[in-house]
Design a protein around this ligand. Sequence first.
Ligand SMILES: [Fe+2]
Length: 299
Amino acid sequence: MRALTLAAVAGGAAFGYASVIERNWFALRRFEIPVLPAGAEPLRVLHLSDAHLSPGRHRLLSWIRSLDALAPDLVVNTGDSIAHAAAVQPLLDALGPLLERPGVFVYGSNDLYSPVPKNPLAYLLGPSSARKRTIPDLPWAELGAGLGAAGWMDANNARGRIKAGGLDIEVGGVHDSHINRDRYQQIAGPTDPAADLRLAVMHSPEPRVMDLFAADGYDLLLAGHTHGGQVCVPTFGTLVTNCGIERERASGLSRHPLRGGQDRPWLHVSAGLGTSPWAPVRFNCRPEASLLTLVPRIG
Ligand SMILES: [Fe+2]
């Protein structure tokens, strides 16, 4: 009986920590990526993802508001920005001056479909089933219109060219493969070797999609979706990735594919800023934004 009581107390304390403390303990991760042509000035890219914003998340909103002080040259948002129909304007307000900087965005499934209650343990048992829903009920178009009005590039199954930090950047992106909205055939084709950087943007780091970006010559792939696993076991890491990528690449910087030569593109997967309102926990996996400093290639 005493053991049961102790276990219940420990479980309650862990849940309290994960839902109240760590979920609001935001981290800024910094990476340097040697991906630019020789002689180029460094390019500072702020990578945001998976805010899953609902209007009451004041700590998250104020942290997002603080990120403009990093003075990024480019902002990339890899989706799952909202979790509530009334979240679009608070998000745009929090982005504030970041919207005056060059930006690129794609949607995640949660920008289209409102969160539904589910057993939090289901997250640990396999990929989620957002694909079963077919009629979007969140204002994804309003979100896109707000970001687009600021001049950010809508990269959902789209390809284009942007200028940031004096660099000429070719951008290709897809809508969320997790709900089968990716249409790579609409953007397929070799990238331009004359561009200073070839940047691929997607929500879910699905290997079959990343293979296509890699084959077309993209240098840097940015994705979110995994939440880094949300619950990470010390010394083991995440239990799940919620898509086809391996556990060891669930967040942070790697190459794609995992093994191979030096010409593979770089991959950065953000562990994201938030969680589904129905799984409001983070354990050993702090919510994050990332500042990627792109520098000239080595050698
Ligand atoms: Fe997400």
